[in-house]
Design a protein. Structure first.
Length: 51
C-alpha cells in the first residue's frame, strides 16, 4: 500500500519530492469506511470481547 505523500517524503529525507497517486486516496477512503463501520458496530453492540 502506498504511503501518504507527506510520510513518504519525510521518510525519504530532505530535498525530496513525492507525488500523490490515486491509490493513496482510495486507501484513505478504505480506512475511513472501515472506521465508520466499526463505530456503527460499537453503537449497535456488535462486538464481543473474549480474553
Amino acid at each position: 500500500m502506498p504511503k501518504r505523500p507527506c510520510t513518504a517524503s519525510r521518510n525519504a529525507g530532505r530535498n525530496s519530492v513525492r507525488q500523490f497517486v490515486p491509490e493513496m486516496g482510495s486507501a484513505a477512503i478504505s480506512r475511513l469506511d472501515m472506521e465508520a463501520a466499526m463505530r456503527r458496530g460499537l453503537e449497535r453492540g456488535e462486538f464481543l470481547l473474549h480474553y
